[in-house]
Design a protein around this ligand. Structure first.
Ligand code: ZN
Length: 136
């Protein structure tokens, strides 16, 4: 299990991508906090004295579903960032999580949190869109 293959990334590329991930992570956290406090503010205005869980909150506010799914999306992106950072630490960054193939550098530059190669990602997305059709 200790095949430390850094794929085709050299140290400086890795460092650059790690930096981007850290910045991205920070931004996402800030976005999430802003979004959450917005939502709390909205709930306060609705005179909700009790702490509601998110699905209840959505039911109460109704129109708030967009920001709710935005929060979910932000949380997911944060998880992906953390995952990618962990993979950098463990030396597995840059390899596809599913098939183990090298992820193209261009792809990593565009999305440093990518853990799947293009092929696996598109299969994954196909799967997801089929699974939850009427999302929008
Ligand atoms: Zn793959």
């Amino acid at each position: 299990m200790n095949t430390m293959k850094l794929c085709c990334l050299n140290q400086s590329q890795l460092k650059g991508l790690k930096n981007e991930l850290l910045i991205l992570h920070e931004q996402l956290q800030a976005d999430l906090q802003a979004e959450q406090s917005d939502q709390q503010e909205e709930l306060r205005q609705l005179n909700c004295t009790e702490v509601l869980d998110r699905s209840e909150a959505a039911a109460v506010t109704g129109h708030n579903l967009t920001s709710l799914s935005h929060i979910k999306q932000l949380e997911e992106e944060i998880r992906e960032c953390q995952n990618a950072l962990q993979r950098i630490e463990s030396g597995h960054y840059g390899c596809c999580e599913q098939c183990g193939e090298v992820i193209e550098l261009n792809r990593l530059m565009a999305n440093p949190a990518a853990v799947l190669c293009v092929g696996c990602q598109s299969r994954d997305e196909l799967h997801r869109t089929r699974g939850s059709a009427s999302c929008f």
